[in-house]
Design a binder for this molecule. Structure first.
Ligand code: HEM
Length: 137
């Protein structure tokens, strides 16, 4: 490899990692949701982890609440007049997500583990719809 190419890479690689480091505040909350929901799916129907599951769900509801107070990047691409309804719809979708975590929590507390497990599908559906409408391509 030529010296010039090596020098170019030496500049570009750190630059790329700086750009990547700039996750939006909402992306950070989404990463918490992604990691925690994966963990939830692994333990939701394990009675021996009931208390830890409840604590995990509480942290997921907090991440959902924090997400509700943030704005998707896509908001900036929506015409000014449409931004308020766009954000209202976004918040309503996050609210449904939080409510579903609440239903899972109630099911786990009541020892209804099969019910809790089946509610995970609803989370996936809400995520799919939410990303379709509010996530920038
Ligand atoms: C369990 C449900 C969900 C999971 C696991 C999840 C996961 C994720 C992940 C992994 C990302 C990418 C983060 C990154 O780039 O580092 C993301 C981005 C995003 N998600 Fe979700 N998500 C969920 C539900 C939702 C819902 C319900 C909505 C909308 C109401 C939503 C709106 C968004 C938006 C707008 C972004 C882009 C972030 C931005 O614009 O700054 N997500 N999500």
């Amino acid at each position: 490899m030529k010296l010039q190419s090596i020098l170019a890479l030496a500049v570009i690689i750190p630059l790329l990692s700086v750009l990547h480091a700039e996750d939006s505040p909402l992306e950070k909350q989404m990463q918490i949701l992604a990691k925690g929901t994966k963990q939830l799916s692994m333990q939701v129907n394990d009675p021996s982890r009931q208390q830890s599951t409840v604590t995990l769900i509480e942290s997921l509801r907090k991440a959902a609440l924090d997400s509700q107070n943030l704005q998707p990047r896509k908001t900036a691409t929506v015409p000014q007049a449409d931004q308020a309804p766009f954000l209202a719809a976004y918040k309503a979708q996050i609210q449904k997500l939080s409510d579903t975590y609440g239903q899972i929590e109630e099911a786990v507390k009541a020892g209804q583990y099969d019910n809790a497990k089946s509610l995970l599908g609803k989370l996936g559906q809400l995520k799919k719809e939410g990303h379709g409408k509010f996530k920038q391509d």
